[in-house]
Write a protein that binds this ligand. Structure first.
Ligand code: BG6
Length: 303
C-alpha cells in the first residue's frame, strides 16, 4: 500500500467528459459529472472492484456501460414499477429505462479531504421536476474513498406532495470469472426472477452464476459478499437504507444485444445493485430527505 500518497480530489477530463479523480493511500476512483457516475474504483495494488467496459463510450447524453450508474426516479423498465411510482409520471411522457438522471450533468457541491479519505459531493436540483416527472426535488450523491468506497444517495422532496420512487446504485463489480464466484448473504431471501415470468422464488444457499441472471431480492437485512477464488478476495457489500438488491449478469446471448459491451465481457462483471425497488419503493413526505447508501470493500484471503 502506498501510504505516502495523500488523499485528493482532482478535476479532470477523460475523453471529453468532465470527471473527478479521487485518490487516497488506499485506492483510486474516477467519477463522471454526467450522471454522477462512478466509472472506476480500485484498491491500491488490486484488480478493480468496480468494472468499466473497455467498449464504454464517453459520450454526452448517454450512460457509460459499467461503473455505478444512478437509477432514479424509477428503476428498470418503467412499466414494471409499482403503481405509486408510475403515477408520478405524466401519461405519454418519455420513460427511459432506469430513469433520467444517469444522462444528466450533476453539479459539484464540495470536494474535501477527511483524514486519508477523499470525498466528493455531487448534486442535481430539479426545481420543477424533469420532463413529465413534474416534482421538485434535490438529489445528491456523496462519494467517499477511504479504505472502502462509500456512496450515499439522498433525495429531498421539495414539493407539496409525497414522492414515490424506485432507485438503484447499479454497481458493476469486477470479477475474475463470473462462473466461478459465489454470492453469499442471500440465503433464504425471497426474490423475483424476471427471467422466469417474474415469479416469486426463495434463494437456497449461495448464488452461483450459471446462465443469464436477472433477479430482484427483497427483505434483505445483512451484507452481501462476492467470494472470488480467482482473485483470492471477497468483496463485501454493505447497504444502508435499502432492503432490496438486483443481481444481474447478461451471460452469452444478451451480451450480444447490449450496447458498449464486448460479447464475452459477461465473464468479467456481475451487477449487485443496492436498491429501493419492488415492495421496497421509497415514499418521501414533503420536506423530508431519504438516504440510501452502499459501502464496498475488497478483503484479501492472505498468502
Ligand atoms: O442496458 P441498461 O439500460 O443499462 O440495463 C442493464 C440491465 O440493468 C439491470 O438492472 C436490469 O435488471 C437488466 O434487465 C438490464 O438489462
Amino acid at each position: 500500500m502506498s501510504a505516502h500518497r495523500p488523499a485528493a480530489v482532482v478535476a479532470t477530463t477523460v475523453k471529453s467528459l468532465p470527471c473527478w479523480r479521487l485518490v487516497s493511500p488506499h485506492g483510486e476512483a474516477l467519477v463522471a459529472r454526467q450522471g454522477a457516475q462512478v466509472l472506476y474504483y480500485a484498491p491500491t495494488g488490486q484488480p478493480p472492484v468496480v468494472w468499466l467496459s473497455d467498449q464504454a463510450e464517453f459520450r454526452t447524453g448517454s450512460s457509460l456501460r459499467g461503473g455505478i450508474p444512478v437509477c432514479w426516479p424509477w428503476f428498470g423498465q418503467f412499466d414494471r414499477n409499482p403503481e405509486a411510482v408510475r403515477a408520478m409520471l405524466a401519461p405519454g411522457a418519455d420513460a427511459p429505462a432506469h430513469g433520467f438522471v444517469r444522462a444528466l450533468d450533476w453539479q459539484e457541491d464540495g470536494a474535501r479531504v477527511d483524514g486519508d479519505a477523499a470525498c466528493l459531493r455531487l448534486r442535481l436540483d430539479l426545481p420543477a421536476g424533469h420532463g413529465g416527472w413534474n416534482h421538485p426535488a434535490a438529489v445528491a450523491l456523496d462519494i467517499r474513498l477511504g479504505d472502502a468506497l462509500t456512496l450515499t444517495l439522498s433525495t429531498r422532496n421539495l414539493g407539496p406532495d409525497t414522492l414515490a420512487l424506485s432507485q438503484a446504485l447499479h454497481t458493476y463489480f469486477a470479477v475474475s470469472d463470473a462462473r466461478d464466484v459465489a454470492i453469499e448473504g442471500l440465503d433464504g431471501a425471497a426474490y423475483v426472477d424476471t427471467l422466469r415470468g417474474w415469479s416469486s422464488q426463495v434463494q437456497e444457499g449461495p448464488l452461483a452464476i450459471r446462465g443469464e441472471t436477472d433477479r430482484i431480492y427483497t427483505g434483505l437485512s445483512g451484507p452481501i459478499q462476492i467470494r472470488d477464488p480467482g482473485w483470492r478476495r471477497s468483496i463485501q457489500i454493505h447497504a444502508a437504507g435499502s432492503r432490496s438488491a438486483v443481481v444481474w449478469n447478461p451471460w452469452v446471448d444478451k451480451s450480444l444485444r447490449l450496447s458498449q459491451f464486448r460479447p464475452d465481457a459477461w465473464r468479467d462483471m456481475l451487477c449487485i445493485e443496492t436498491a429501493r425497488v419492488w415492495d421496497d419503493v421509497l415514499e418521501i413526505a414533503p420536506g423530508a430527505t431519504a438516504d440510501m447508501g452502499v459501502t464496498m470493500r475488497a478483503v484479501g484471503w492472505g498468502a
